[in-house]
Design a protein around this ligand. Structure first.
Ligand SMILES: [Ca+2]
Ligand SMILES: [Ca+2]
Ligand SMILES: [Ca+2]
Length: 438
């Protein structure tokens, strides 16, 4: 299977069942033990829904690099030809310039597939550092299986003003950027935008548990269409300034459209998920099955809709231990046609003014800490099946067949992001490996 086909499949939720340097022959009796492990994991994960695995196949014509000089050379070569994978040997790469991706179908990834094995650093979390790690101008760029940060602005910027589309960010760890971690920019031209991009299975965080300034955020996209943000974790994206909040962990605005935000975990970020801001709009889109937790030091909202039209907010779980009034809020006369159902929270879910139009039902706003497995680490799975106003009390929604874990909800769905399914048995991989080992 070609790399491009694998990515296409990933977008459809189909996982690559491939082991590095080996092949899985489904009809071959000589399947290795490690291949069996991977295959069983694959089957198990697909049986409960989409799951994060590394992009493990490296095409035979890939360019292997071991240092910054080779990396810069490889980027230049790949930009000329397009259709190349650049595979980085394990180690730390202290960049001398941003990595500018101008060709199409270029993948940059670690050889190992382990995101902690390759570190790309811009030299510091300050304006004097390298400007960015990746500047993406081409279509179908994939950035996978690496760690990056310590940079003057963003770890990754996709340039909508150059019409760059189909970015795939998979299994990366971003930390300590001086501005927003991933940026989708635009250039005042309605005909050009960054479309159809996916950010998944990645970790965004500040290592000091707070950002360097208020002008930070997780994913900040202007004018993007049909993006998917799923199965990521965001931690400590918060401002040190008492008068200014950080931007959202996930923010799509400025005429962004059709965004799907699902199965993310957001822990101790000033603001969680935002569609629109002020009079800057967002059209359509779904925010579903996310966990959002804020401790007593946190300051603001879980999910907010501003100048958002026809957006859906379904089955999220939000637990805030600070004193902000709203878990989910919507506001302004420019907000209309939004539907907010089946969310589980301990704070208000409501309009902040009389002008915003929305339909609300089957939301719970008096959740207790004891209802959840371990709120302080963002684990908002339901602790048991005795919470009578939550279990099996959701209204059935055609847009939400599965839950945070990818488990099928069925007809008697639970309110919030987690369908209760005896959570101690969600990942029974070790016993199956034991059987295989015998
Ligand atoms: Ca475009
Ligand atoms: Ca149920
Ligand atoms: Ca579940």
């Amino acid at each position: 299977m070609r790399q491009k086909d694998i990515f296409t499949n990933i977008k459809k939720g189909i996982l690559p069942a491939i082991h590095p340097g080996k092949h899985i022959f489904l009809n071959n009796a000589q399947v290795s033990f490690s291949a069996k492990v991977l295959l069983v994991t694959f089957l198990l994960m697909t049986s409960i829904g989409y799951a994060c695995t590394s992009l493990l196949q490296i095409p035979t014509d890939s360019i292997y690099v071991h240092n910054v000089y080779e990396l810069n050379q490889a980027i230049a070569t790949a930009n000329n030809t397009g259709n190349r994978t650049i595979a980085l040997a394990s180690g730390t790469y202290e960049l001398t310039q941003p990595l500018s991706i101008t060709g199409n179908n270029i993948t940059v990834r670690s050889i190992s597939g382990n995101r902690e094995d390759v570190i790309l650093t811009g030299g510091g979390m300050n304006p004097q550092a390298i400007w960015q790690i990746f500047m993406v101008y081409g279509d179908h760029c994939t950035i996978a299986n690496m760690t990056m940060g310590w940079v003057a602005t963003h770890a990754i910027q996709i340039h909508g003003e150059n019409d760059a589309d189909n970015l795939l960010v998979h299994n990366i760890h971003i930390l300590d950027t001086y501005e927003q971690m991933i940026k989708g920019s635009w250039g005042n031209n309605d005909t050009m935008s960054s479309n159809d991009s996916i950010i998944e299975c990645s970790l965004f965080e500040y290592s000091d548990e707070i950002g360097p300034q208020y002008y930070i955020g997780g994913i900040d996209v202007h004018h993007g269409k049909n993006w998917i943000v799923r199965e990521n974790t965001f931690k400590y994206i918060r401002s040190p300034n008492p008068d200014r909040l950080a931007e959202y962990a996930i923010h799509f605005w400025n005429s962004s459209e059709g965004t799907l935000v699902e199965k993310n975990t957001i822990i101790n970020c000033d603001r969680g998920i935002g569609f629109g801001m002020g009079n800057s709009s967002h059209i359509g889109g779904i925010i579903r099955n996310n966990f959002i937790y804020g401790d007593e030091t946190n300051r603001d909202v879980g999910i907010a809709l501003e100048s958002a039209t026809n957006s859906m907010v379904y089955h999220n779980t939000i637990f805030q231990e600070h004193n902000y009034y709203y878990a989910i809020e919507f506001r302004f006369a420019t907000t209309s046609g939004i539907i907010i159902r089946n969310n589980l929270a301990n704070k208000a879910i409501a309009a902040r003014d009389d002008e915003a139009q929305g339909e609300l039902s089957h939301n719970i706003t008096n959740a207790q800490s004891s209802w959840f497995v371990n709120p302080t680490i963002g684990d908002l799975h339901l602790a048991n099946n005795s919470i009578s106003n939550v279990i099996n009390q959701a209204i059935s929604l055609p847009e939400v067949h599965k839950d945070f874990d990818g488990q099928t909800r069925g007809a008697m769905s639970d309110i919030g992001a987690d369908e209760y399914f005896n959570n101690s048995l969600v990942f029974p991989i070790p016993p199956i490996l034991l059987i295989l080992n015998n």
